[in-house]
Ligand binder design. Structure first.
Ligand code: C5P
Length: 309
């Protein structure tokens, strides 16, 4: 939930995990047609947004961004996270300002805790959060659908993050079919020291996919287990078509995968285009216990987390 204090709005931008990701084909616009099950999880960036009024010299209020990097993601993240006009938060707010004709601007402070280049959707989630906050701060009254359509112009995952939760996403990811609220699902997540570029992983996928594609499991089996809160039934049901391509680009993927195979975990795989990798756990204590074990293995950042409800 977003909290309000005077003229400053504060919002949390969750990370996501892909429990299922199938690439159905390459499109003429260069994107790939997807079918993916995404779930937002309790690993958050934070945004603080204050409206800015235009002065006599300008027609529109300025949009500015101050990025603070959280302690845990620090040494590498500073170079990886775009600041200023290159950041999706600024792009999203400028587009909203333009389309709504609003003369207000925004001053945003972004605290980054979600690692970049991880397939955790941090940049897209920040942009979605900024759109929601500005919609309120600027008094626009846009509904979710309209914010989602605007977000889709900037990034395939942004529409999903306008509400978060769990959803099946299709098209290039922007067509969102929400799943009903579900019980707790606990995870352990590992982000290796090096990240992966999403376009590079899709390119590697296209090179590999000239060979015959292996099995294509059915995501509905996952949905059914989640609806009945039978997390342990997820064993053998998760799937990520991009894992082979990500493994070809980063040795960390196979290395983390082999560590997870030794662990007592329900199911495990790469999230999105990587490089982060996750395991499904039986309960919160199980996730914390596995996180403690994984932290001794020098694989990078480790988080015990759960779905947002
Ligand atoms: O939409 P987004 O900006 O997140 O996509 C980043 C890049 O990932 C795209 O430029 C494209 O190379 C690749 N991509 C893709 N098919 C998708 C989503 C992303 O090829 N469905």
């Amino acid at each position: 939930m977003d909290l309000r204090s005077d003229t400053q709005l504060i919002g949390r931008a969750p990370a996501k995990l892909n429990l299922y990701l199938e690439v159905l084909g390459r499109r003429s616009d260069g994107f790939h047609e997807l079918e993916t099950l995404m779930m937002s999880v309790r690993l958050f960036d934070q945004l603080c947004l204050s409206p800015v009024f235009s002065d006599a010299s300008s027609r529109r209020g300025e949009i500015s961004l101050d990025v603070q990097i959280g302690e845990r993601v620090k040494p590498r993240a500073t170079a990886e996270i775009p600041s200023g006009a290159d950041n999706l938060v600024v792009k999203a707010l400028r587009l909203l300002q333009e389309r709504s004709g609003c003369s207000l601007g925004a001053r945003v402070r972004l605290i980054k805790r979600i690692p970049a280049g991880a397939g955790l959707g941090g940049g897209s989630s920040d942009a979605a959060c900024a759109l929601r906050l500005a919609n309120r701060a600027w008094g626009l009254g846009w509904d979710e659908q309209r914010l989602m359509q605007l977000g889709a112009e900037l990034g395939s995952d942004i529409p999903f993050f306008i509400r978060g939760g769990a959803a099946i996403c299709r098209g290039r990811g922007e067509q969102v079919e929400r799943l009903p609220p579900m019980g707790a699902v606990h995870f352990v997540v590992v982000k290796p020291p090096t990240g992966l570029s999403t376009p590079a992983v899709y390119e590697a996928h296209d090179a590999i996919e000239t060979q015959a594609a292996p099995r294509r499991p059915d995501f509905r089996r996952i949905v059914s287990s989640l609806a009945r809160c039978h997390t342990t039934e997820l064993r053998g049901k998760l799937f990520n078509r991009l894992e082979a391509a990500a493994s070809a680009l980063s040795p960390w993927v196979a290395r983390i995968g082999s560590v997870f195979r030794e662990l007592d975990v329900v199911a495990h795989q790469l999230t999105g285009s990587g490089s982060a990798y996750f395991g499904v756990c039986r309960h919160a204590q199980h996730a914390r216990r596995l996180a403690t074990v994984l932290k001794t293995r020098q694989l990078g950042l480790v988080y015990a987390t759960r779905n947002c409800q």
